[in-house]
Design a protein around this ligand. Structure first.
Ligand SMILES: NC(=O)c1ccc[n+]([C@@H]2O[C@H](COP(=O)([O-])OP(=O)(O)OC[C@H]3O[C@@H](n4cnc5c(N)ncnc54)[C@H](OP(=O)(O)O)[C@@H]3O)[C@@H](O)[C@H]2O)c1
Length: 234
């Protein structure tokens, strides 16, 4: 099996790369980085990538070759000057568009350019790390407008792709994944009120997500999975 972890330089992405590179059933792991170049690792090929650029994603697809598993782990929750909105009064056009650009657009571009490379696999899986707060049905607390909207849009991209794959890649599975709160740069400013047992190490998160992925079948395509294998409502 050959796997590509997009956002392999991030907290969750890097732990997925580490775990996959130690598995006997995986022959090669590829990972991408954007601002933080990772050190070389056995069995791992690294690629620089701006996943918001269609040209960059197309170029990456030309270099990786056929794949069995692609997981997109890219994400944005806060920038140096801005965090998720507590109220609509904090909404900001640029921050909203940044969220869509980083949390939604890359999966659309990856789906476009990697379908032909995944199609040849016996059991291809295309997954993206989403977030529970992107569930429209589960939204009871409000706030975080831009992040929530970008993850809800990501979920719609994945659901729509699953519909297209039913005909074009019938042996494949498309999945949205919720990782649980994990100790990374992205969650750092929001960890204060998280009880220690609910803040996962990235290694634990990677293990849990891979257990979910290992159980995916074509019949389970187009669904939203939590880290513990339960299904989340859209
Ligand atoms: N951590 C949590 O508690 C939590 C909870 C729910 C959902 N999630 C989701 O889980 C995923 C992984 O998050 P994380 O916590 O591991 O975050 P992280 O450590 O901040 O990693 C983010 C990754 O995104 C990459 N990236 C950002 N912009 C990019 C671009 N334009 N092109 C290519 N790569 C880009 C970063 O690359 P560089 O570092 O090289 O710049 C990094 O690899 C995200 O989708 C996040 O929304 C996380």
């Amino acid at each position: 099996m050959r796997a590509l972890i997009v956002g392999g330089s991030g907290g969750i992405g890097r732990s997925l790369v580490d775990r996959l590179s130690k598995r006997d059933d995986i022959t090669e792991v590829m990972g991408t980085w954007y601002r933080h170049p990772p050190e070389p690792l056995k069995k791992v090929r690294w690629f620089p990538l701006d996943a918001t650029s269609g040209e960059n994603v197309e170029q990456l697809a030309a270099e990786t070759g056929d794949l069995d598993l692609l997981i997109n782990c890219i994400g944005l929750l806060h920038r140096e000057d801005k965090g998720p909105e507590k109220t609509i009064v904090h909404a900001d056009a640029e921050f909203f568009l940044d969220n869509i650009r980083v949390n939604t657009l890359p999966t659309l571009l990856l789906a476009k350019h990697f379908m032909k490379l995944l199609k040849k696999s016996e059991r291809p899986v295309f997954a993206a790390v989403s977030a529970r707060v992107g569930s429209i049905e589960e939204n009871r607390l409000g706030g975080w407008y831009s992040y929530r909207a970008s993850k809800a849009a990501l979920n719609m991209v994945l659901k729509t792709l699953a519909v297209e794959w039913r005909v074009k890649v019938p042996n494949g599975c498309v999945a949205a994944l919720h990782p649980g709160t994990s100790d990374t740069r992205l969650s750092k400013p929001f960890q204060r009120n998280v009880p220690p047992e609910k803040l996962f190490s990235t290694d634990r998160t990677a293990g849990q997500l891979l257990s979910v992925i290992d159980k995916l079948t074509p019949e389970k395509t187009g669904r939203f999975w939590s880290w513990d294998g339960t299904e989340l409502p859209w």
